[in-house]
Design a protein around this ligand. Structure first.
Ligand code: FE2
Length: 190
């Protein structure tokens, strides 16, 4: 198993954030980079593909030293789902294995939660979020009998970002996600 695809994506995102801070360009060119990474499901070490029976997990794969982007492996066990949440920075979600159900949400002027469309992201598909294009969503494993895994790239060290969870009754809670405890993969070894 070679981490070359991840190394290639990390180099690509580093060049991209070096070249622009324009969100539309970051999302468009980042979509191509992440699409190439999730087109190949032969590189993610098992250590970062392990579901936790209690809740979905997030393993940091890489963080830019200047925290301009991070790459995270999200693993959903059967039936696991996120709460409705936001990101506060741009983000790209690429499904590596299985399928995920994504529901967009928004808030009315008086704070009510408004449910948007649900779509299924299959392996190889990439979705985008950001405060500009829509930042609130809920993601669930679309498979009831097996884990699903997606690779996410965010425009910050996402595990340290202050963001929000939205409860059905309208309550908004701040949270910082952190990461599931794992050493970083060594992308320099084949
Ligand atoms: Fe999300």
């Amino acid at each position: 198993m070679s981490l070359e695809p991840l190394r290639h994506a990390v180099a690509g995102f580093t060049r991209l954030v070096d070249s622009t801070s324009d969100e539309a360009r970051l999302l468009a060119e980042g979509r191509t980079l992440l699409g190439a990474l999730v087109a190949d499901d032969n590189w993610l070490p098992d250590l970062y593909a392990e579901p936790n029976p209690e809740r979905y997990t997030q393993y940091l794969l890489w963080c830019d030293p200047l925290e301009r982007f991070s790459v995270v492996s999200f693993v959903w066990g059967p039936g696991q789902t996120t709460p409705v949440h936001d990101h506060t920075v741009w983000g790209l979600v690429g499904v590596l294995r299985g399928a995920e159900s994504c529901t967009g949400w928004s808030r009315s002027a008086d704070g009510k939660l408004l449910r948007g469309d649900t779509h299924i992201l299959k392996a190889g598909s990439v979705d985008a979020v950001s405060p500009t294009i829509g930042d609130m969503h809920e993601v669930a494993n679309a498979r009831s009998d097996a884990p699903s895994i997606s690779i996410h790239v965010y425009g910050a060290n996402i595990g340290r970002v202050h963001r929000h969870v939205y409860k059905p009754d309208g309550e908004v809670k701040s949270f910082i996600s952190g990461y599931t405890e794992r050493p970083l993969p060594n992308i320099w070894i084949d």
